[in-house]
Design a protein around this ligand. Sequence first.
Ligand code: HSE
Length: 412
Amino acid sequence: MYIAIMGYGTVGSGVAEVIMNNQANIAKTAGQESIDIKYILDLRDFPGDVNEKLMIKDFSKILEDDDIKVVVETMGGLHPAFEFVSSCLQKGKSVVTSNKELVAAKGDILIKLAEENNVNFLFEASVGGGIPVLRPIGQCLAANRITEVAGILNGTTNFILTMMIDKNMSFEDALKLAQDNGYAEKDPTADIEGHDAGRKICILSSLCFGKHVFPEDIYMQGITKVSLTDVEYAKAWGGVIKLIGRAKKLSDDKISALVSPAFVKNGSQLASTNDVFNAILVRGDAVGDVVFYGRGAGKLPTASAVVADVIDCAQHLEKRKDYGWESGTTGYVVDYNEIETAMFIRAKADNKDAAKECIDSAFEGAQFIEKESADENEIAFVTPVLKECKIEEVLSSLGSIDILSKIRIVDY
Ligand code: HSE
């Protein structure tokens, strides 16, 4: 069987490497005599590359070649990936992608297109890199009604936060190290501003709850405002700061979904997920909590998931996968202001004692946090669990303090 790869970046070249290294085994598992890469589409030149002879710049060569049964899309970005993938599916070719931006924005349309053309559209590598998570949710947990899904979904930001927590490293130095290690997106804004994790929670919640969740409908906050001072307060509170994506089913036609930094208590599985590792917790009504853990980014781990999807496509050339993933609807994701949470607040006040009294009476049950070598005028506390809009309302009534940071508390 012949395949084509569109995009010879980190993941695309990893896919070629995995296929070449494990060719015989892969073909055997796929039930094929052989699995060969016929074309690699990329606008760049790769002089001297081991796959130089396979390089093409014209997409129509892939589209018009009936030998190509499966196309791997590792270009990233929405355009022209969406147009290329749509055309391949319409031509009766199965498509495997690692492109979370594409799946999060257009998953429902592409799944439908695959259905109409009796081919497969698989995207295991779009969430959790090399961690098997989408297939286990769709298959092994299929007997459950899933009520919640949450996790550390971005390797770059988890690496940065781990360096800040364990090594007291600055955000900038840690980001540079993550980029040098090849974890970050081409433009790291998507990682550090939470968009990458946001896209992944959209894919997970679409799959878990059966209806497309659009990235523009969810609240996304990254880690650029997390300071080493906040990291120290989290330690004093007994936990760590992690970038957490989470979604919860509230009723048949409502879910909550958001991405933000959060305080996580030491001892939880998410708190001990460090470096580039990801962890995804799925809560099912029959199984309880299940946590999927592993390398969430990097060339070969991600390629491992892509190639497994290629094998799946090869095994099911005549059979389609049914995701139970319907089109999205307006108002499906509730406004994050309506979600209940406890919140860590760090603030500055000229008269600290008076401000503490005020906080104490405004937030019944507020828990103050003390840390060594804190600024003289600094106050840190955790609010009781309230709707976010209520927390904002109470905070704005406390005229005498300057808010420096607000970080949600989660209990996973
Ligand atoms: N930049 C992404 C991350 C790559 O750091 O998790 C994997 O999706």
